[in-house]
Structures are given as C-alpha cells and as structure tokens.
Ligand binder design. Structure first.
Ligand code: MN
Length: 151
C-alpha cells in the first residue's frame, strides 16, 4: 500500500463501497472530473501527479468559462484506478451518493510550486489552461485552493 493512500483507505470500508481499494494501473498521466451527488452535489477534480490522484472537491463545479474563480478544497490522494470509477457509494459510507465521470483526458503540466499548479487540459469538455492556486493567510484552511481557467 502506497503511503500516500493511507487516509483514503482509512476512510472507507471496501467490503461495503464499490470504490477501488487502490491496486494501481500503469497509465499515462490524466485528469478526471467526477460529478458526485453526495450530501451536496459537487465536482471532484483529480490530477495524476506523483503516482497518485491529487484531488480537490469543487462545490460550485469546475468552471468552463474564462476567469471564473471557484473554491477547490483539497481532499485526500486517491488511487489512480479511481479515475475510471463510476457508481453508487452506499448510504452510511464516506461520500455516499452517485459518482459519474464528467470529463477525463490528458494534461500537460505547465507549472508546479507548493501553492500553484498550472495545467493544460485536453478533455472532451474541458479544454484550456487551468490554474489551481492555494489561498494565502492564516484564517483560511491549508486545504483551500481556487481553480480557474486562464486561457
Ligand atoms: Mn466527492
């Protein structure tokens, strides 16, 4: 078990949820946006980086228009195999609700620092340059980022 996935595994009971437990596929880097009808309807934006899926929950959905900033709350790393997951997480389980793939495609990493990630997405719906920028300041959570399409 990849140590990055400890939090992912700890939150789930794989005898109850159909989500992947983490055996990983060997695939080219991709991004995926999953539409997740949990207690609140949101998007999950995931980028394959460092051999895992870096993940953000986007409460108001990933913007398709230019320059629209949306909150993106970083969540635990997910296994690469989660990128093809669609299904129903049962009531009572973490993230209970329907998961569907909204978009998936390749991406090019243009910039990466501790508080900024810039990628060019080539999906069926999402095409263009997207920036994820970490919030600054001590009042906001370390996990809060903004996502926007810049080009
Ligand atoms: Mn979610």
């Amino acid at each position: 078990m990849n140590d990055q996935l400890r939090e992912y595994v700890d939150k789930r009971d794989f005898s109850r949820t159909p989500e992947p437990s983490g055996e990983d596929e060997n695939v080219d880097p991709f991004f995926v946006v999953q539409d997740h009808r949990a207690s609140s309807h949101h998007h999950d934006f995931r980028l394959m980086l460092d051999g895992t899926l870096k993940s953000w929950a986007v409460p108001k959905m990933v913007p398709e228009e230019l320059k629209v900033k949306r909150l993106a709350v970083q969540t635990e790393d997910h296994p690469v195999s989660y990128g093809s997951f669609e299904g129903s997480i049962p009531e009572g389980e973490y993230g209970a609700g329907e998961v569907k793939i909204f978009d998936r495609g390749s991406f090019e990493l243009l910039e990466r620092t501790a508080d900024k990630i810039v990628v060019r997405l080539d999906g069926a719906r999402l095409k263009g340059t997207y920036a994820l920028v970490k919030f600054k300041g001590k009042e906001t959570s370390e996990k809060n980022w903004l996502i926007m399409r810049t080009r």
